[in-house]
Design a protein around this ligand. Structure first.
Ligand code: PBG
Length: 336
């Protein structure tokens, strides 16, 4: 017999003992549920091919889905709009129309669920005929995304969302200086209680493909590499963090989540702010594709992926699996 004094396996010998020293837990309290909405009359909910189980929801569909999510224990949603091409222009004016899709639905949601945490996306891509998160200047030899001009519009958008009742505005555009500008604009309009969840380290990622299909928001030309971060970079995330903290962000996000767990960890160690991570559309699509084929066990692999994001240091996870994961957790947690 081996003469071993220390045997780590003793702490794994039963479910109860494993639970004694489990370091990371999942709860529906950690989830923000992203939902797609559209503005077309009479078509109902429209399934998204590359995101099985997700649809672009009608207004009534949204109310139904939120009722069901609440019943599953979800306390927070974030809304993304698919707007008709006729409403898009080069400056994304529809983004700050108080009678537009998002403000209208935020009012309706808050009326039905005053305590639901409603998060809204601040960026121009759903409203911009160029499909970019900012205003494009196409006058030169290569198109440029205009930073400061865009930030002015984002401020109007954020204030419009706050007026409608959003609890948290979430800039996903990656323009420089937008957190401070939005904070000042919100405060000047009397919305000192509205929080800012900053997409702090948002990478120029191929994992956003299904989302862009869902919203028909892919850039009409070029890519987003002059504003979203290079996936090769980690230190740069700390630079974005320092700026967002100084500019008054209430929470900071890393996106995507799974391929960037090291960035989640670095932000967690560098800030006292809550850290969020976005398990994006491509991560969802991969999990769905493998589990639909029976190649992976959906419940186990999804909970493991969410646990990994939490273990890396995320307080909050934005995930299309929020409802399903909440139900799995209610049925028996992580199956210790
Ligand atoms: C754009 C935005 C994107 C996502 C959220 N907000 C796509 C992009 O930057 O092109 C992606 C989310 C996902 O893939 O689930 N403002």
């Amino acid at each position: 017999m081996l003469d071993l004094l220390s045997r780590p396996r003793r702490n794994r010998k039963s479910a109860a003992i494993r639970s004694f020293h489990r370091e990371t837990w999942l709860s529906p309290a950690h989830f923000i549920y992203p939902l797609f909405v559209h503005d077309r009359d009479g078509v109902g909910d429209v399934p998204i091919a590359s995101m099985p189980g997700c649809s672009r929801l009608s207004a009534d569909g949204l109310m139904r889905e939120v009722d069901a999510a609440r019943a599953d224990g979800i306390a927070s949603v974030v809304l993304f709009p698919a707007v008709d091409d006729a409403r898009k222009n080069s400056t994304g004016d529809e983004a700050w129309n108080p009678e537009g899709l998002i403000p209208t639905l935020v009012r309706r949601l808050k009326q039905a669920h005053p305590d639901l945490v409603v998060v809204t996306d601040v960026a121009l891509d759903p409203y911009n005929s160029d499909g970019h998160d900012g205003v494009v200047d196409a006058s030169g030899p290569t198109p440029r995304i205009l930073n400061d001009r865009t930030v002015e519009i984002l401020c109007r958008q954020a204030v419009c969302q706050a007026e409608a009742g959003a609890d948290v505005v979430s800039p996903s555009d990656m323009m420089d200086g937008r957190i401070g500008a939005i904070r000042r604009a919100l405060d000047a309009a009397g919305h000192t209680d509205v929080s800012i969840l900053s997409y702090c380290a948002k990478y120029a990622s191929a994992y956003y493909g299904p989302f862009r299909e869902a919203l028909d928001s892919a850039p009409r030309f070029g890519d987003k590499k002059t504003y979203q971060m290079d996936p090769a970079n980690g230190r740069e995330a700390l630079r974005e963090l320092a700026l967002d903290e100084a500019e008054g962000a209430d929470m900071v996000m890393v996106k995507p989540a799974g391929p960037f767990l090291d960035i989640i960890r670095r932000l967690r160690e560098a800030t006292t702010l809550p850290v969020a991570a976005y398990q994006v559309s491509g991560e969802y699509a991969m999990l769905k594709a493998a589990t639909e084929r029976g190649w992976l066990d959906e419940r186990r692999v999804v909970l493991e992926s969410l646990l990994g994001i939490r273990r890396a240091g995320a307080d909050v996870i934005l995930t299309y699996y929020a409802r399903q994961a909440a139900r799995w957790l209610a049925e028996g947690g992580l199956g210790a």
